[in-house]
Structure formats: structure tokens, C-alpha cells
Design a protein around this ligand. Structure first.
Ligand SMILES: Nc1nc2c(ncn2[C@@H]2O[C@H](COP(=O)(O)OP(=O)(O)OP(=O)(O)O)[C@@H](O)[C@H]2O)c(=O)[nH]1
Ligand SMILES: [Mg+2]
Length: 393
């Protein structure tokens, strides 16, 4: 499963975001380092279900009237402070948790109500722009440290006659969650000596920076928009980086209200319908929240996850079926499964995602939307419904 990690300063709202997105109970409090051990749970990205193209909506568990929710893993980790790679705050513990993440959501307190250590200050007192870069820097320096610590073993290996620097670096960096393909791409772009003995600190730092950028892309969640000065959010949106305004607390309130049938709301909706069962205080709070949503296009929590997966990681959703006419599995369930795959994936890749046996026994595939057989080279598109014919199925 794809893994998204929530990173950021203490007290920025990571655990609130996590609770809202997974509806799991975790500790949330207005002081730094509330979270010490990482929380790991299932959340979803939202996309349009192909059932919208049919007369009837599907009955899949994760489809809500054509709003399709595809599972991903969400990770909520301890807050990060400047100097973490040297052990400040909770230090490397947090950074090590990121090894398995495919993409990072950097939760920033856009209200300026917490200082660089995450301690509460008056709203607007701290400039949230200062909280953007240090996360990247800490991650880069942390990875550079890993490279440095492993350098001796690369130098040792270089004495062997069949030594290849690309292979040695790929070997070392695979532990960081970088695929050989990603590493090959980075190595093509940077200039470095073939002999590890000649590497300087700058080479290692440049390598770490490039590998980090490619393997851990970051989207910023400009959080607490419900209380943030508008100007703060605007300035964050002007940055030359992906930024999504969010209110994690707002999303949590909406999900709880929807669970209690007080409102109609599906995660990622830009509006809510308030029911008759609410009292005056609840109505006031929900109306305030609806105003915030109208201003920024929703609570942003779903949008941040969607942006991470569909834009930064450039993934698509494909739907394997057994019956190409009914778009169903063998028991008649319409569009029962959805898989996230990188753009450029083929029907064979989809077959392997379903099961390695299905992949090994792959014969051919049918595009169920056009009812045409497709070749092994066919590049899947968002929302494709595919029947895979395999000796294993
Ligand atoms: N107004 C407002 N407050 C929020 C929002 N999100 C979180 N908070 C509050 O911010 C405080 C910190 O939230 P947490 O979710 O515990 O923050 P964290 O980033 O997990 O903090 P650590 O675990 O200490 O790193 C709590 O008082 C939350 O209620 C939001 O969108 N708006
Ligand atoms: Mg926390």
C-alpha cells in the first residue's frame, strides 16, 4: 500500500489530521511532543468511480454514490524541530520513521499561533513561512548523515575488481526506500567521481538532497485556516511549492457530525448540508466552518492526501474485474477493487498488483470500457476497468 507520512513542527496539528483522516483515536493536545510513538493507520484518497459512467452506482464498500475512496497508509509521527538530525527534540526517531513513506505531508501551523519549537504563542506572532524549509533541510541532512556513515563500506567495496559505483550507491540507498529506478535517475543527473575515495562532503550532501527530493516529495498542508490570518495563508499559497490550505480540526468535526447523522458530508466535499437535529451552538459552529470551506474549497484534508498521491506521486486508479461486461468479480460485485499504480503502468503491472501468480500467468487483458483487447504495452489511464486473463485466474 502507498504510504503517506505527516511531518511537521510539534503542535502543528498532525495528530488531528491523522485522527480525522483515519477516524482512529490518538492523543491530541496543545503542547509540543504529544505524539512520541508513531501512529499508523488506513486512510483513503478520493477519486471518481467508473460506476458514474453506468446506469447504476456500484455497491463497493469504498464507493459513496460515485465518490470512490482508495486505501492508503497514513503515518503520524513525532514533531520535528530544527536540529533534529543532530538529536534535538525527539531527533532521529522521527526521521527514521520516514524511511518507509512514499510521500510527505508537511503540516504547518498557518495561524502563527505556535513558535518554532511548537510552543503556543499569540495567533500571528510566528511566521509560518519559517516552518517550511527546515523540514526539507532536516530530512536532507539526516539522509546525508546516513550516506556518510555508510561511506566506509562503499570505499571497502571499491577495492573489489568488479566494483561499480552506481550499484554500490543503489545498494546503500535502497534501505531508504529508494527504488533502483529512482536512484538511477538521480545518478544520471549529478556529477560525481567514480572513485569513492575522491568523494567530498559536498558530493554526499548533493546526492542526499537529490535522492530525498525524488523519493520523498512534499506537499504542505497550511493548517488551522479556521483561525489563521488570511494573509498568512495567501503568502504560503504564493510559494513555489504545492500548498493546500487545511483545517484538520474542521475535518474532524465534520466527520464526527456526519457519523452522528447531524450533517451530510463525505470527505473531500466542498460543502455540507446541515440537518435539523443540531442545536444552536452546533449550528453556529458548523456554519462558521462552512464559511471557511467556501473560502478555501473545503477543509483540505482530503485534498492534501489526493494531491500527494495523484499529483506528486503521479498515480492513477485502475479497477480489475473478471466480467468485462458487468464490470464485476466472479460473485457479481461491481468494481470490487481499486489499485493505485504509477502513471505509465501496464496491464501486466496491474496483474502483479492483484497477485504475483496472476502476473506470472498473464495472458492478455481487455479494456472493459471499450471491450477491446489491449496489448502488454498499453499504458493504463485513470479509471480504467480491466479484465485480466491469466492462467492463474
Ligand atoms: N484551530 C485549529 N486548531 C487545530 C487544528 N488542527 C489542530 N489543532 C489544534 O492544535 C493543537 C495540536 O494538535 P495536534 O494534532 O496534537 O498536533 P501535533 O502536530 O500532532 O503535535 P505533536 O504530537 O506534539 O507533534 C491541538 O490543540 C489541536 O486541537 C485546526 O485545523 N484548527
Ligand atoms: Mg501528534
Amino acid at each position: 500500500m502507498l504510504s503517506i507520512a505527516l511531518a511537521g513542527k510539534p503542535n502543528a496539528g498532525k495528530s488531528t489530521f491523522y485522527t480525522a483522516a483515519t477516524m482512529a483515536e490518538v492523543d491530541v493536545a496543545n503542547y509540543p511532543f504529544t505524539t512520541i510513538d508513531a501512529n499508523r493507520g488506513v486512510s483513503y484518497v478520493r477519486t471518481e468511480c467508473p460506476c458514474l459512467e453506468r446506469e447504476e452506482r456500484c455497491n463497493a464498500d469504498n464507493c459513496e454514490n460515485g465518490k470512490r475512496y482508495v486505501p492508503i497508509e497514513l503515518l503520524d509521527v513525532a514533531g520535528l524541530v530544527p536540529g533534529a538530525h543532530e538529536g534535538k527534540g525527539l531527533g532521529n526517531q522521527f526521521l527514521d520513521e520516514l524511511t518507509n513513506a512514499d510521500v510527505i505531508v508537511n503540516v504547518v501551523d498557518a495561524s502563527g499561533g505556535t513558535n518554532e519549537k511548537g510552543e503556543p504563542v499569540d495567533i500571528g506572532d510566528h511566521d509560518p513561512l519559517e516552518d517550511i524549509d527546515f523540514i526539507e533541510e532536516e530530512m536532507d541532512l539526516w539522509l546525508a548523515g546516513i550516506v556518510e556513515r555508510n561511506w566506509e563500506s562503499v570505499e571497502r567495496k571499491s577495492r573489489s575488481p568488479d566494483f561499480d559505483i552506481d550499484d554500490a550507491l543503489a545498494d546503500m540507498l535502497s534501505g531508504f526506500g529508494a527504488s533502483p529506478k529512482q536512484i538511477a535517475m538521480v545518478l544520471r543527473e549529478v556529477d560525481y567521481p567514480d572513485d569513492p575515495i575522491q568523494w567530498e562532503d559536498e558530493h554526499r550532501e548533493a546526492l542526499a538532497r537529490d535522492v530525498r527530493r525524488r523519493t520523498k516529495p512534499i506537499v504542505v498542508a497550511a493548517n488551522k485556516i479556521d483561525v489563521a490570518p488570511e494573509e498568512n495563508v495567501e503568502r504560503l499559497l504564493e510559494l513555489d511549492k504545492p500548498v493546500i490550505p487545511t483545517t484538520a480540526e474542521g475535518e474532524l468535526a465534520l466527520r464526527r457530525a456526519a457519523d452522528n447523522d447531524l450533517i451530510e458530508y463525505d470527505p473531500g466535499d466542498e460543502t455540507i448540508a446541515i440537518g435539523d437535529g443540531v442545536n444552536d451552538a452546533q449550528r453556529g459552529a458548523l456554519e462558521d466552518l462552512a464559511d471557511t470551506m467556501a473560502e478555501w474549497g473545503g477543509t483540505g484534508v482530503q485534498a492534501a492526501l489526493d494531491h500527494a498521491v495523484y499529483d506528486l506521486l503521479d498515480h492513477l486508479t485502475a479497477y480489475p474485474v473478471e466480467d468485462a461486461a458487468k464490470w464485476s468479480d466472479g460473485s457479481g460485485n461491481v468494481l470490487p477493487d481499486a489499485f493505485l499504480l504509477p502513471q505509465g503502468s501496464t496491464p501486466v503491472d496491474l496483474a502483479y498488483s492483484v497477485h504475483s501468480d496472476i502476473g506470472d500467468g498473464y495472458l492478455h487483458a481487455v479494456n472493459a470500457k471499450s471491450n477491446r483487447e489491449i496489448g502488454e504495452e498499453y499504458e493504463l489511464e485513470e479509471g480504467d476497468v480491466i479484465k485480466i486473463v491469466s492462467t492463474a485466474s
